[in-house]
Ligand binder design. Structure first.
Ligand code: GSY
Length: 163
């Protein structure tokens, strides 16, 4: 439970993953974090990681990844809309599936809610196998990452500081 400023009853702890491997990656992430902060419900930003691409075409550039924590009364769909707006603002064009992108924003967790809809799954279905998600998530919320999950997950990650 998180203490929300205006509506403590509906506020939940939520986590959004951000990644970029095209253009000025750090600037893309900084713009996205600023966009999320505009609503006033961001409570923490993880350290920044440079990460090997998982999936997608061979030879993609490395990603920068981080996780943002919110204490929010927004539900999963409202958070998805915020993520999509950030991706649009970054002029992300979907070409190759899992290919390079200026910005990827994914809803990971929203309190203990589960959503299973055609365009929205919460918890994010692939998060438990991806080190680029679990490493920054563990920095913010170690109790949410099961023992051994980070070690079993795919992809090398290097913590490179903060945004
Ligand atoms: O799912 C998010 C986009 N993405 C990433 C990413 O953000 N980081 C790394 N390291 N690999 C990725 N593959 C995909 S798809």
């Amino acid at each position: 439970m998180c203490a929300a400023p205006e509506d403590a009853t509906r506020a939940r702890r939520a986590f959004i993953a951000l990644g970029s491997n095209l253009g000025d990656r750090r600037a893309e992430l900084a713009r996205a974090v600023a966009g999320l902060r505009a609503r006033g419900d961001v409570t923490a930003v993880s350290p920044l990681y440079e990460t090997d691409p998982v999936g997608g075409p061979e030879g993609q550039p490395a990603y920068l990844n981080l996780v943002v924590e919110l204490c929010t009364s927004d539900g999963p769909r409202a958070l998805l809309e915020r993520c999509r707006a950030l991706e649009e603002a970054a002029r992300r064009v979907r070409t190759v599936r899992f290919g390079p992108r200026t910005l990827d924003a994914d809803v990971l967790l929203v309190g203990d809610e589960s959503v299973d809809e055609p365009d929205l799954f919460v918890p994010h279905p692939r998060m438990w196998g991806r080190r680029f998600v679990l490493a920054p998530l563990r920095d913010l919320a170690p109790e949410l990452v099961p023992a051994g999950a980070l070690e079993r997950a795919e992809g090398e990650v290097r913590r490179i500081g903060t945004l």
